[in-house]
Design a protein around this ligand. Structure first.
Ligand code: ADP
Ligand code: PEP
Length: 865
């Protein structure tokens, strides 16, 4: 598995301290690239004039094109002091490091989606929105035409191209089968009790009648139905139907503007989810390589599959966000979200099609579902509605943002506030400040309860989980290297307490990641040398003031396409286990390997064939076993030709055979047998001159042979010759078994006082006390912070039991090493080493005795293998 979870300290030698020097606090706190032009002290006056003039021009032009537009207030352009105060406020919410707050988009985890409309579709406003904290630009295809949307897309791309440290994703929101009133030359005032007519005739817009864009409108509504305009801003009850008109009485009046939403309480329109216009807009999105589609009025998963198939057919890598806004979508919530890449809680239409009091409950449920399935989730509509006309929000709106942040939304969305409101920049800043303040009160470490179920058996999830633990326990940021975005998105779902700095070598992925909670996407070319890549990334973070000197960060890299190899290698163990096929198929589906090699299967050729046929590969090639030890060599001998005689029979019995490894280690050795040697004596001598081992080799052999490279149990004899007992190599654990047999044998026959203890290590791992592990880590001088992370990883596990198919309450264990993550083998080695050391010290102090197999041979006290 090619992922890394490690920590790095940031050191000053990457860049000089000059980049982080403290000068004018305004300079320090200002948004970086754009503001560097407008806020320099000597340009203050002239810039103020330019900004005011630009705002007026924007307002005037837009007012002509869009009658309901509220001109952007000159007040929305922040003054120098105000900006300083605002940013200072934001900074106080955070951890107080001045440099880190130069970009609002960095430290706020919850992302902001801004709908771009007449108030904001200029170059100047898109730049300002981006610098104020917009992460995603949303294009609502219910309004405007392709030319106007193209202009916005080009501007966002231009901003992204010139911005060194910020990126804005583009979301295309389809119109969907929505029912809208037609265009009006000017708004109409509807008063309670008044009669008003909707007609399917095109182009009508009088004070008492307006067109509807949907021909079946007359068939879909019934007398007595309640019609809601703009999600309930106004309502009308249906009194009469004719062939082409629906006559209503106004229940709650107000001002009817152009192209307003019409919903019938409790009913969805019988239109397909993706209309012809939508397909046309989707193609426009493919041509422009947008990052996300927000698909309106999705009712079932079929629509999502259809869209995804289409995208695949045009090789378009665009993620699909489903808008949950239709009454019909609720029963299919699970399957719809499963099929998609994320969901939007589109509260406007949702609250019109369903009773309004259901909206907060559905919001909670949709967020929970998305979180548990590892999908992105956006909360939308009316978040700062009053700021369309007022410079400050209502307290309820502030609470609404805080609730969405607390519930764990990836993003919160602004609609009319930025599309046609008077204070688009102020709205973004309020959203930013409220989200940041709320995030500061959320303690890290709470992972969604069943996220593990969505990802079970996947190594990547384990890495994400452990990186999150590191981030939460040590309070550090995570640095992830990702080519596909997968690992960054996965980490985001675990919601680590620190920022996720996601380095990617794909601009598209950088843009996409802008939507995800806690992810700060950064574009960077990867070097062939992974160390070089790590170094450059950390240097960049330090230069940008995103991490400080001496700060620790967790480094993670994607397992799908690791940065140090283009192809990745995955290792699944236990291919003869019945569970292997299932796990392998799951893995294979996810990673689509080109070649699979099954090594050391330890099964017969026939069984191997059976396993191959179950794996579903068209071609396979099998190498039959050559022998357990590879080649076997006869060492030859010097000395008498026979060593065994009986009657007239003479034989040479004590020939030495060795494996390849031994021959490689001692290439010139041969066997010398003494005349006196008896056939049953397996000892033989090697000339020490030919032995390439240090004389004190034996004394260097530690108790735990498993951690040795090739080690030999050798003992020097008096006459400078070596008595060979065994050669135990790291790979040949089986040799230890043979030695153990040799050791046990004399214990039975000669020394009745001996005792041998066989430890079942799997059970020992299940029972080892946590205090003992902690003490072992301390004894091994593991760094304190790392020891805490390891202990947290061990002690934080919880379990549940299915009792009559119902899971019991979670409970924690009190001992044992949790299996299934990369840590246990190392911890188990550490504990065993301690046990070995304890045995050695008991022997040294004479409490225990080791066993000798021969007078000059080595002693044995334990075999930990
Ligand atoms: N591209 C656009 N062109 C003109 N007006 C727009 C555009 N996008 C949004 N608006 C205006 O902003 C309002 C709020 O945006 P949004 O919530 O996306 O629309 P709606 O609620 O109408 O679906 C719209 O009703 C419309 O008046
Ligand atoms: C986000 C929504 O969709 P639209 O803006 O297209 O009405 C909504 O209905 O809440």
């Amino acid at each position: 598995m090619a992922q890394v979870v490690a920590t790095r300290s940031i050191h000053a030698n990457f860049f000089s301290k000059a980049s982080g020097s403290l000068q004018d606090p305004v300079e320090k706190l200002k948004p970086a690239s754009f503001a560097s032009k407008v806020l320099l002290p000597d340009h203050r006056k002239s810039n103020a004039v330019v900004l005011t003039r630009n705002s007026r021009i924007t307002a005037k032009r837009a007012a002509r094109a869009e009658p309901e537009l509220i001109p952007v207030s000159p007040e929305d352009v922040p003054k120098r002091e105000e900006q300083y105060e605002q940013l200072r406020g934001i900074q106080q919410v955070g951890d107080g490091s001045v440099g880190m707050w130069s970009k609002p988009t960095v430290r706020r985890k919850t992302k902001i989606v801004c709908t771009i409309g007449p108030s904001t579709n200029t170059r100047e406003m898109i730049w300002k929105l981006a610098e104020a904290g917009m992460n995603v630009a949303r294009l609502n295809m219910s309004h405007g035409d392709h030319a106007s949307h193209q202009k916005v897309i080009d501007l966002v791309k231009e901003y992204n191209a010139q911005s060194k440290d910020n990126t804005i994703a583009i979301m295309l929101d389809t119109k969907g089968p929505e029912v809208r009133s037609g265009d009006l030359p000017q708004p109409i005032t509807l008063t309670t009790g008044q009669e008003f007519t909707f007609t399917i005739k095109r182009g009508v817009g009088t004070p008492d009648c307006v067109s509807v864009n949907y021909d079946d409108f007359v068939n879909d509504v019934e007398v007595g139905d309640m019609l809601l305009v703009d999600g309930g801003m106004m309502s009308l009850v249906v009194k009469l139907k004719t062939e082409d008109s629906v006559k209503c009485e106004v229940v709650d009046g107000g001002e009817l503007k152009s192209r307003r939403h019409l919903n019938v309480r409790g009913k969805s329109a019988t239109l397909p989810s993706i209309t012809e216009k939508d397909w046309d807009d989707i193609k426009f999105g493919v041509d422009n390589k947008v990052d996300f589609y927000a698909v309106s009025f999705v009712k079932d998963a079929e629509v999502v599959h259809e869209l995804k198939n289409y995208l695949q057919s045009c090789d378009a890598d665009i993620h699909v966000i489903v808008k949950i806004e239709s009454a019909d979508s609720i029963p299919n919530l699970h399957s719809i979200i499963t099929a998609s890449d994320g969901a939007m809680v589109a509260r406007g239409d949702l609250g019109a099609e369903l009773p309004i009091e259901e909206v907060p409950l559905l919001q909670e449920e949709i967020i929970r579902t998305c979180r548990s399935m590892g999908k992105a989730v956006i909360v939308a509509t009316n978040m700062l509605e009053s700021m369309i006309v007022h410079p400050t929000p209502t307290r309820a709106e502030v609470s609404d943002i805080a609730i969405a942040v607390r519930e764990g939304a990836d993003s919160v969305m602004l609609s009319g506030e930025t599309a046609h409101g008077k204070f688009p920049l102020k709205a973004v800043k309020v959203m930013h400040t409220v989200a940041l303040r709320t995030e500061a009160t959320i303690s890290g470490g709470e992972m969604p309860p069943n996220l593990g179920q969505a990802f079970k058996n996947h190594m990547s999830e384990m890495f994400a989980c452990h990186a999150t633990m590191m981030s939460n326990t040590l309070g550090i940021s995570t640095v992830v290297f990702t080519r596909t975005g997968f690992m960054a998105i996965l980490l985001s779902h675990y919601r680590p307490s620190g920022t996720i700095f996601a380095f990617t070598n794909e601009k598209r992925i950088q843009q996409r990641l802008a939507l995800y909670q806690g992810v700060c996407p950064i574009y960077m070319e990867f070097s062939d040398d992974a160390e070089e890549t790590f170094k450059t990334a950390l240097a960049l973070l330090q230069k940008q003031g995103m991490v400080k000197e001496g700060e620790e960060v967790a480094l993670v890299q994607s397992g799908r396409q690791p940065i140090w190899r283009f192809q990745s290698t995955h290792n699944i163990q236990g291919c003869v286990s019945p569970k292997f096929i299932r796990s392998f198929l799951e893995y294979s589906r996810e990673h689509k390997p080109d070649i699979v090699s099954l090594l050391e299967m330890k099964v017969s050729g026939l069984k191997a064939d059976k396993i191959f046929s179950n794996l579903g590969f068209q071609f396979s090639y099998k190498v039959e076993a050559f022998g357990f030890f590879g080649g076997i060599w006869d060492l030859g001998f010097r000395g008498p030709p026979f060593t065994w005689y009986r009657g007239g029979l003479s034989e040479r019995l004590n020939r030495a055979i060795r494996n390849d490894n031994w021959v490689r280690t001692f290439p010139h050795c041969s066997v010398t047998c003494q005349e006196s040697s008896r056939a049953i004596d397996l000892c033989f001598y090697l000339s020490v001159r030919e032995l390439p081992c240090p004389k004190n080799l034996y004394s260097e052999v530690p108790s735990c042979t498993r951690s040795l490279p090739t080690s030999s149990f050798l003992k020097l004899s008096r006459d400078d010759e070596v008595l060979l007992r065994r050669v135990v190599s790291n790979e040949e654990i089986k040799d230890n078994i043979i030695v153990a047999k040799e050791v046990i044998h004399p214990m039975r026959s000669k020394h009745k006082k001996w005792m041998a203890i066989k430890i079942d290590l799997e059970k020992a791992n299940d029972r080892v006390s946590w205090d003992f592990i902690d003490a072992s880590l301390q004894a091994a001088s593991i760094l304190d912070f790392l020891r805490k992370v390891i202990m947290f990883a061990i002690t934080s596990s919880t379990m549940q039991i299915l009792w009559n198919e119902v899971p019991t309450q979670k409970f924690s264990s009190a001992r044992g090493i949790r299996q299934g993550c990369p840590l246990p083998p190392y911890l188990s080695d550490l504990c065993m080493d301690w046990l070995g050391q304890s045995i050695s010290s008991s022997i040294n102090s004479g409490i225990w005795s080791p066993i000798w197999l021969s007078r000059y041979g080595p002693t044995f006290s334990n075999f930990f293998c």
